[in-house]
Design a protein around this ligand. Sequence first.
Ligand SMILES: NC(=O)c1ccc[n+]([C@@H]2O[C@H](COP(=O)([O-])OP(=O)(O)OC[C@H]3O[C@@H](n4cnc5c(N)ncnc54)[C@H](O)[C@@H]3O)[C@@H](O)[C@H]2O)c1
Length: 314
Amino acid sequence: MSVKIKSIACIGGGTIGHSWATLFAAKGYNVTVYDVNHKILKTAMERVKFSADFLAEKGLITKEDVEGVLNRINTTTDMKECVKEADYVQESVSENYRIKQEVFSEIDKMNDIAIIASSTSGLLMTKIQKATQKPERCIVAHPWNPPLLLKLVELVPGEKTSEETVQITYNFMEKLDKIPVVVKKEVPGFIGNRLQGALWREALSLVENGVASVEDIDRAVLAGPGARWSIMGPFLTIHLGGGPGGLKHQIDNIQQAISDLYKSMDDWKFIPYHAAKKAIEQVEDLPMVKKKPFPEIVKWRDDKLVKILELQEK
Ligand SMILES: NC(=O)c1ccc[n+]([C@@H]2O[C@H](COP(=O)([O-])OP(=O)(O)OC[C@H]3O[C@@H](n4cnc5c(N)ncnc54)[C@H](O)[C@@H]3O)[C@@H](O)[C@H]2O)c1
């Protein structure tokens, strides 16, 4: 395995793949992006340009660096061409075991030395790496959208992943200025998407049961818990809520109320069709979604994210 990472392959140039590619190139690495056809690759490079211009606009790279980012990224529809020289492969194809296994199996045959990392949001590496001859070099490196800006990367080894692979990937992520966390026990959805999934199930349930609208739920999260979550996690939040007695006092205090609350909550094991339909209709009716084209909403989000990240770093 190559300890010194110089050349990177991105498999898949969609929402996550193009953003990873921009980040890698902005940090000075040579990147080759593979996707299934030239039209998709052309769109991917337009998105890379948009993202690089955004970084320059925010002063995160210089105007001259934009050219450098674009020059350091090549594209190809030939997977072998993409991975043959790579020391590190970041796979960001569709979220599906069959597709990921096929792609991992192909890469494994075409390159002997690279670490092969998956961007999967919740699939298990133990299953994906079964399709390879060298499972020890396969790992989940799950970014948060957009990988270009958000720092969290969840590293999730499968049963056969080596400690060396975890360590090299961890060091590489730190070099990219990311915040890696190692998930010690493999579970679907890892850390972030399990927490997000729990919140999202309840948000859908509130909409389905007519407790509140999509618009008001989004406003409530933003103005209340979300404001605190942008500076601290759930444990410190509740600890402070307990006053000087902290988390212990708070747990003693809320035991009865939380039991009533949990009993009243839905515990769906899938997304009910009616709940999804209601939520989709209401999201499509949100003033921002109706008024602004999608890329403008993404730009609006990223403008704000940059400010929050600056605040978090203070
Ligand atoms: N979108 C998010 O918010 C997010 C966040 C973190 C991680 N992820 C994960 O990143 C991965 C990619 O997600 P995305 O949102 O970029 O998806 P996407 O649909 O935007 O992009 C996937 C790309 O992979 C390409 N691809 C290349 N080879 C393929 C093949 N053999 N089969 C199918 N597609 C192939 C597709 O053409 C497409 O361009 C998924 O595993 C997803 O769970 C997504």
